[in-house]
Design a binder for this molecule. Structure first.
Ligand SMILES: NC(=O)c1ccc[n+]([C@@H]2O[C@H](COP(=O)([O-])OP(=O)(O)OC[C@H]3O[C@@H](n4cnc5c(N)ncnc54)[C@H](O)[C@@H]3O)[C@@H](O)[C@H]2O)c1
Ligand SMILES: [Zn+2]
Ligand SMILES: [Zn+2]
Length: 363
């Protein structure tokens, strides 16, 4: 039996999203249907709507979610009906050349549901990041379900499904921030503030937040930024050097995904430092750097897919830290909204009014 539920669909490039009836099939082998309880609005949803990811419209948006498993297909053993889960968009295969080397965080063949969700006329939907959770129910691969402690409310836990995990992981996993290091985070939205919080968790002693919006900088301080720089008014590279004895930071994180910002991050780090790109550039953006600078500065230039996380390791760990009061997930939630309010939430995100709007489902 297929289910008919409401979901947020982007029908074409730049068009406002609409709430439509979608058809969610019964789970097939290896699949699960999840009753979504909460789903955050991530900038990547807006990238999809803008055609910045690919042209496979219509998209079923939403991918930062927590919920309860309501049906499982044949052969599913990692979750059962009734389990409280955070959805992840990198369900590792265990068999590809990355997985075989033990680098599961890079898995090149991550799993998604094999069946398609559709509109009522049969049009196939492309679920954002293989999830599509601005919907009362969604179909995923069972490996995309990560069980966590149900004591954490879905508005908080769901954030681990994308932006917060990406930011924390960019600092801790990709950047490898160590106790006593200096860190700069460019772009203080949900992802950037999570990188600030991750750097704090890892024991960084200087954490410099950079944004073009003073309101965002104030919020970044609440997550642990020790210094802030408004890069609309001040040259961030000079400011960061001035705050680090003239040297630059050990780890510079671009949480915007823009060539200009990447270049600032590149030049704001100390010799042998690490640059991490976690913001997602749009196709067509290009970076030009003097090759001698790439060589001469040493260190590493890395991108961070999903914070190089392992959902099975990192989601329960961050939920535990949250429940112990050591990692404030609630502080990311600017507002809770209904399914009909996603378009408005994009507007608010665009104008810098929110860190995260989170869709909650009444049941
Ligand atoms: N790598 C991943 O796995 C991953 C996961 C989730 C999101 N992302 C990406 O991370 C980026 C940030 O996402 P978000 O949800 O935090 O977005 P957001 O819109 O909430 O935040 C972006 C922030 O960047 C600031 N900003 C914009 N231009 C800037 C500039 N020139 N200099 C400094 N700051 C600037 C904005 O004021 C805002 O505070 C997006 O590109 C998103 O697609 C990547
Ligand atoms: Zn793999
Ligand atoms: Zn996201």
């Amino acid at each position: 039996m297929a289910y008919e539920v409401r979901g947020v669909v982007a029908r074409g490039k730049g068009l406002p999203v609409s709430v439509e009836t979608i058809v969610v099939p019964d789970p097939g082998p290896g699949e699960a249907v999840v009753d979504v309880q909460a789903c955050g609005v991530c900038h990547t949803d807006l990238h999809y709507r803008e055609g910045g990811i690919n042209d496979e419209f219509p998209f079923l948006l939403g991918h930062e979610a927590a919920g309860v498993v309501s049906a499982v297909g044949e052969g599913v053993t990692n979750v059962a009906v009734g389990d409280y889960v955070v959805l992840n968009w990198r369900a590792v295969c265990g068999e590809c050349r990355a997985c075989r080397k033990g680098q599961l965080q890079y898995c090149f063949n991550t799993h998604n549901a094999a069946q398609k969700m559709t509109l009522t006329d049969g049009t196939e939907l492309s679920p954002a990041l293989g999830i599509g959770a601005f919907a009362e129910k969604t179909l995923v691969h069972s490996g995309q379900c990560t069980k966590v402690d149900p004591a954490a409310p879905p508005t908080a836990a769901g954030l681990l499904g994308c932006g917060v995990m990406a930011g924390v992981g960019a600092a801790i996993n990709t950047g490898g921030v160590q106790r006593g290091e200096t860190v700069a985070v460019f772009g203080c939205g949900g992802v950037g503030d999570a990188a600030v919080a991750g750097a704090k968790l890892a024991g960084a002693t200087t954490i410099i937040a950079v944004d073009i919006d003073d309101r965002k900088l104030e919020w970044a301080e609440q997550f642990g930024a020790t210094h802030t720089v408004n890069s609309r008014e001040t040259d961030p590279v000079e400011a960061i050097k001035a705050l680090t004895g003239g040297f630059g930071v050990d780890v510079a994180i671009d949480a915007v995904g823009h060539p200009k910002v990447f270049e600032q991050a590149f030049y704001a780090r100390d010799l042998a430092g690490r640059v991490v790109m976690v913001g997602v550039p749009t196709p067509g953006m290009e970076i030009t750097l003097p090759a001698i600078e790439v060589f001469g500065r040493g260190g590493a230039v890395k991108s961070s897919w999903y914070g190089d996380c392992l959902p099975s390791r990192d989601f329960p760990m961050l939920v535990d830290l949250y429940l112990q009061g050591r990692f404030d997930l609630d502080a990311f939630v600017s507002e809770t909204i209904g399914l009909d309010d996603v378009e408005q939430a994009f507007e608010k995100m665009h104008h810098g009014e929110v860190l995260r709007s989170v869709v909650v489902f009444d049941r």
